[in-house]
Design a protein around this ligand. Structure first.
Ligand SMILES: [Zn+2]
Length: 268
């Protein structure tokens, strides 16, 4: 279960499951509490869609202040709807990266708040309770069809010795099955994974389906051995809740992005 929590001036969603883990900070930011205006109102963290950079910077500062995390500790990538993972293993690999085309970040390094920006796609955060490693994953339909959430479990196992039973996970707010109408290519891509029965139901129009993106990601985590009881989901649809969330489906290309992040704090 994710719950809405006010951290003045911003409002975030947090997972009770992740909140219980010592040394972990995380948040799924809503659009509430920033300084951006118009279609970017108000807590937009991306300057790429036309919002003035100084406002975006102030929004980042507000998030950093709300969590007591220095803003330079936040780290995001240029998401491209692929399945590439950035593994941050030391301070060197974290900085000076020219090519940041990744859709997931994993690290066991304290003090790096790894973040994913979303406006309908599903953000997935993972924490290995035993080995102190974390992951942040960007899962739109393409990433989901590529199995990116399941891959996160395998990458963490390979890099940090993570066992699926030690993972806690949270699937943040995304466009829900109420609003996510998809066409043939999505149906085809998900069919190849064999997941269609549970995650796609016929839409109102011929050749269209309603896609349950958060459930598709939950299923991938469960298939990799993550305990279903340790996976929480938001239950919010970004398209249905304009007062809380940006939505590309609802508002088109000119809209903001939320930040979703997780951090291993230092000294724990
Ligand atoms: Zn909806």
């Amino acid at each position: 279960m994710l719950k809405l929590i006010r951290k003045d001036p911003i409002t975030v969603l947090q997972s009770e499951e992740l909140l219980q883990i010592p040394g972990i900070l995380h948040g799924f930011c809503t659009r509430v509490g920033g300084v951006s205006g118009g279609p970017y109102a108000s807590l937009n963290v991306s300057p790429r869609e036309g919002d003035p950079p100084d406002r975006v910077r102030e929004n980042w500062q507000r998030i950093a202040a709300a969590f007591g995390i220095p803003s330079e500790q936040f780290f995001v990538v240029n998401q491209v709807h692929g399945e590439r993972f950035l593994v941050i293993e030391d301070a060197v690999s974290c900085h000076g990266l020219e090519d940041r085309r990744y859709d997931a970040i994993v690290t066991d390094r304290p003090g790096v708040a790894i973040g994913i920006k979303t406006a309908d796609c599903a953000p997935v955060l993972l924490s290995d309770r035993r080995n102190k490693a974390i992951a942040a994953v960007h899962a739109g339909w393409r990433g989901t069809a590529l199995g990116i959430a399941g891959k996160a479990v395998r990458v963490m196992a390979e890099k940090f010795g993570t066992r699926p039973e030690d993972l806690s996970a949270a699937v943040g707010p995304s466009v829900g099955p109420c609003c996510y109408e998809v066409d043939g290519p999505v149906f085809q891509a998900m069919s190849e994974r064999g997941d269609t029965d549970r995650v796609l139901r016929p839409g109102l129009r011929e050749g269209r389906w309603m896609f349950d993106l958060p459930l598709a990601n939950r299923i991938q985590l469960e298939q990799e051995g993550v305990d279903p009881e340790r996976i929480s989901a938001s239950g919010f649809c970004t398209r249905c809740r304009p007062e809380l969330f940006f939505s590309h489906r609802r508002d088109g290309a000119k809209t903001g992005r939320h930040l979703n992040f997780i951090l291993l704090s230092r000294g724990k």
